[in-house]
Design a protein around this ligand. Structure first.
Ligand code: C2O
Ligand code: CU
Ligand code: CU
Length: 431
């Protein structure tokens, strides 16, 4: 922390090797280490500055996924950092407590850069969340759970593995949590909070527990729900987050699992693009006696996302692998111009039946409807990324209240990174 209160972080993008399997050195990339990066943490109202140093042999960038910040600081394809260079974005945290993350966003190369290991969490805190009786001892009863699927080709990470017909992107046959294969965690509390992040490039997970126990969903991409919601499954497509609180019994072992998808799209995708796969993701091992935890609060956050009636205009986004609204990403072309301070409704439709999702930079949105029906479960929270299964239509309400910058665009895109890299991305400016 500097004299004026600015919280300063350093992230060094570096190449190295990681021992995923004992005795096998796998070449990887990471931030301040050989794989993944440190969890950054700051509070609403704080100013932050990050020194991003690129020691890799190629240009990359660091994007603050879910963060509300000026376009120049966003870390998208217009803020690439050349090899040997340093980029120092700064901004003021101005959004509710949430589990955000950071990852590279270089034009056309995001999939491989993320797969090699460049990703980390960025936790935002605020006074409200600090006062709530939620598990909040980081690494003890409040656990970061970044889930990635991997495939090994001897000692190397295999990036080539794509689904049948190559339409989804990379699908690995194993999963890791925070870069660890076959992970387990010993816990000593009755209530354990898992900050789930789907950091995979294409894989969609439907998380639940091995014995099908219910858990409390407490937060989504943009932060705390208004009240906890009891669920048995939470589906996360790439880039999405969910915070869940699970109740443990003394001495037990319980497995966080990913189940086959129920709404993946056509039977074809279901079968050949990973929809039927299931994984044991993380084993929680409870101590013989557990620390008592208070009941979860019944009221938690305010969703700071607009309602449909607040919107002054609508836009349509048709998703196809070949592009959004028939266009491929073009760095020199601004696709949409929005007016600072206004709210809009964006209607997003999956037009080609391939699994897609939709992510918008800078904002959190309210899901107004899915195929005309009111959202349920996770889709009731503030979101920045939403799954759009084959043939379905989602309506989203969002407000653009950051600073105007007619020269620097933000991105919206499919977060299946193979799709994004192939051009399923567009640019908008706030004026
Ligand atoms: Cu998580 Cu534009 O990205
Ligand atoms: Cu983003
Ligand atoms: Cu897609």
């Amino acid at each position: 922390v500097e004299k004026d209160g600015t919280r300063v972080f350093s992230l060094r993008m570096q190449a190295g090797t990681t021992e995923f399997e004992k005795g096998v050195r796998t070449p990887t990339w990471g931030f301040n280490g050989s794989y993944l990066g440190p969890t950054l943490r700051a509070k609403r109202g704080e100013k932050v500055r990050v020194k991003v140093e690129n020691t890799l042999p190629e240009a990359s960038s660091v994007h603050w996924h879910g963060m509300h910040l000026p376009a120049k600081m966003d870390g998208g394809p217009h803020q690439e950092v050349a090899p040997g260079r340093t980029w120092t974005p700064y901004w003021k945290i101005d959004q509710p407590a949430a589990t955000l993350w950071y990852h590279p966003h270089p034009h056309g190369k995001t999939e491989t850069h993320v797969q090699r290991g460049l990703a980390g969490m960025f936790l935002v805190d605020d006074d409200r969340s600090a006062s709530l009786k939620l598990p909040k001892r980081y690494g003890v009863d409040d656990l970061p759970v970044a889930v990635q699927d991997v495939e090994f080709d001897g000692a190397n990470l295999d990036h080539g593995r794509r689904s049948f017909l190559q339409n989804t992107g990379f699908l690995g046959s194993r999963t890791m949590v925070n870069g660890t294969l076959d992970p387990y965690k010993e816990v000593g509390d009755e209530l354990v909070r898992l900050r789930l992040l789907n950091a995979s490039t294409a894989r969609i997970y439907d998380f639940g527990f091995g014995d099908d126990r219910a858990f409390a969903l407490v937060a989504t991409d943009g932060g705390l729900l208004e009240r906890p919601e009891t669920l048995k499954r939470v589906q996360l497509s790439p880039g999405e987050r969910a915070e869940v609180v699970v109740r443990m019994r003394a001495g037990e072992k319980v497995v966080l699992r990913s189940f086959p998808q129920s709404n993946y799209g056509g039977g074809f995708e279901q079968r050949f693009a990973g929809g039927d796969d299931s994984f044991d993701v993380l084993e929680l091992r409870a101590a013989p006696t557990l620390r008592k935890a208070p009941e979860l609060p019944s009221v938690m956050g305010d969703l700071e996302v607009p309602q449909e009636k607040d919107a002054v205009r609508g836009r349509y986004f048709g998703l196809r692998m070949s592009g959004i609204n028939g266009r491929k990403m073009d760095m020199r072309h601004i696709d949409e111009t929005v007016t600072r301070g206004t709210a809009e409704v964006w209607t997003v439709r999956n037009e080609d039946g391939v699994p897609h999702n939709f992510h918008v930079h800078d904002v959190q949105f309210r899901v107004l409807s899915v195929d005309g029906k009111a959202p349920t479960g996770m889709l009731r929270g503030a979101k920045d990324t939403v799954f759009v299964p084959g043939g379905s239509t989602v309506k989203l309400a969002m407000r653009f209240d950051g600073p105007a910058d007619p020269d620097t665009p933000y991105m919206y895109h499919c977060h299946l990174l193979y799709h994004e890299d192939r051009g399923m991305m567009g640019q908008f400016v706030v004026v």
